[in-house]
Design a protein around this ligand. Structure first.
Ligand code: FSX
Length: 356
């Protein structure tokens, strides 16, 4: 993990070492540029900048979490360029993946921080317990709170991975016995980008890193600090079952005719209308599928307090999910307003294209 001397200096060198063609690389850059809502003309610029990119020091801190986020990210598929970017960063500290142990690891982290002061990226997964001076989660004799504050000091930026680090997630769920908090509740003087999801989508993570390597900065974010390119639309807006919603065709149980016909899962508790994420477009397992496509409603895991809002199998109208942007409110009336919702959506698309 820390044997940098044997490793190629730039991503371009790493690409040639792996026999990756320029054509494949350009194809990848085109896909990333498109996913990040950049004009197509940015693809060659991105390819050029990424090829010249030097190994980025990344210090990864894992706090109160289930390791699902790391599982998700390390499942980015072997020979892809997404995984190459993940391999290419200099992961100078990561509890689950590092080979070294004990004092050596903590020393390696201190050295990486010193050598890259002001330039390293910090990735955090998991929430930080604040109750009782943070005693509920410690690593190497330090509370998570102490470690986070110490490591964040020299960071260029912080990427939170998973809903726990972004919003507190499951550890923060009622009654929150450890006083769990999100990174942004604690660190307020550094650029932070949140990549929520329980777990998050691996390609969103690599997209954010690719953006940082290309432009030296984090991409534009929404009001919850989530990358707009991936969190700009609700899952409902991009769902392939949306037409059934608009026609008022809803599955009433998981094994009825509606379910077999692939109708909308709203009445079975789908939280797609109030959830913002890229599941319906980027999907999972190399773009193969996502929960709704596999027959289960969205549980809203990339939204703050999703666990406490609960009611995963009850329609939005009966839970605490509110009516984000009026869509859920429209959904309450179901089929009766389906045509109106479709009209709203078309109006929104028209407005967007006029603005764009
Ligand atoms: Fe949380 Fe991640 Fe869910 Fe688990 O690191 S977002 S519980 S998938 O592991 O933090």
């Amino acid at each position: 993990m820390n044997d940098k001397k044997k490793l190629p200096e730039t991503l371009g060198e790493e690409l040639s070492r792996r026999g990756m063609s320029r054509r494949s690389f350009l194809k990848f850059c085109t896909a990333v540029a498109s996913a990040m809502a950049l004009p197509a003309s940015m693809a060659p610029v991105m390819a050029e900048a990424l090829a010249r990119a030097r190994r980025q020091s990344v210090i990864w801190l894992s706090f109160q979490e289930c390791t699902g986020c790391v599982e998700s990210i390390t499942r980015s598929y072997a020979p892809s360029i997404e995984s190459l970017i993940f391999d290419f960063i200099s992961l100078d500290y990561q509890h689950t993946l590092q080979a070294a142990a004990g004092h050596q690891v903590e020393e390696a982290r201190e050295i990486a921080m010193k050598e890259n002061w002001g330039k390293y990226l910090v990735v955090v997964d998991g929430s930080i317990p604040l109750k009782d001076d943070g005693v509920y989660s410690t690593v190497a004799g330090e509370t998570n709170l102490q470690t986070l504050k110490h490591v964040a000091e020299g960071a260029a930026a912080i990427i939170t991975v998973g809903t726990c680090a972004a919003f507190g997630g499951l550890p923060k769920a009622n009654p929150n016995p450890t006083g769990a908090a999100a990174v942004q509740d604690i660190i307020t003087d550094k650029p932070i980008i949140n990549v929520p999801g329980c777990p998050p989508i691996p390609e969103v993570m690599t997209g954010v890193i690719a953006n940082f390597l290309t432009f030296g900065d984090l991409p534009p974010v929404d009001h919850l600090k989530r990358p707009l390119a991936f969190f700009g639309d609700s899952i409902h807006d991009r769902c392939y079952r949306r037409t059934f919603y608009d026609q008022g065709k809803f599955a009433k149980s998981f094994d009825d005719e509606g379910a077999r016909n692939g109708w909308c899962l709203y009445e079975l508790g789908c939280k797609g209308p109030t959830t913002y994420n890229a599941c319906a477009t980027v999907k999972w397992n190399q773009g193969l599928t996502f929960p709704i496509q596999s027959g289960h409603g969205c549980i809203g895991c990339s939204e703050p307090d999703f666990w406490d809002k609960g009611s995963f199998y009850a329609p939005l109208s009966t839970g605490q999910w509110g009516s984000a942007e009026g869509i859920a409110a429209a959904a309450v009336a179901g089929a009766a307003v389906g045509i109106g919702v479709a009209a709203m959506s078309r109006a929104k698309q028209k407005k967007t294209s006029e603005q764009g």
